[in-house]
Design a protein around this ligand. Sequence first.
Ligand code: IDP
Ligand code: MG
Length: 139
Amino acid sequence: MTGNITFTMIKPDAVEANNIGPILAMINKAGFNILAMKYMRLTKEQAGQFYAVHKERPFYGELTEYMSSGPIVAAILTKPNAVADYRQLIGATDPTKADEGTIRKVFAKSIAANAVHGSDSNENAQIESNFFFSELERF
Ligand code: IDP
Ligand code: MG
């Protein structure tokens, strides 16, 4: 593995809009390699587990409903400085505040349906990757 890892999801709004390909192209163009990847749909319970850190937030119900509303693409990405570089590539949580050229600026529909997830720390990148992928699924 070169560099460290981050975990991403292409969220239901972006999958529904046929933006898997364009988003993966931006990810590869920015220098990230794919260590693991799958296309799947989360149950509301699984979405709740994944976002458990946000349980007390007012948008938790909306978020877990939305994240289980359709299929997603989950992936582990590698690159030197992966976590910070990927947060920069995806842009701010609220797409109206995201920089030009970021994934969320280009593809997000709203603050909830914001096209992609990106880990916020190395520790969470490990936890989130382990939530979705076994060692046998990483290459
Ligand atoms: P992040 O995805 O940029 O790290 P977080 O604050 O960790 O943002 O929030 C997790 C996810 O919860 C966001 O990506 C978005 O889908 C959703 N979310 C965050 N804030 C709001 C909100 O104010 N309303 C609705 N959904 C929100
Ligand atoms: Mg977050």
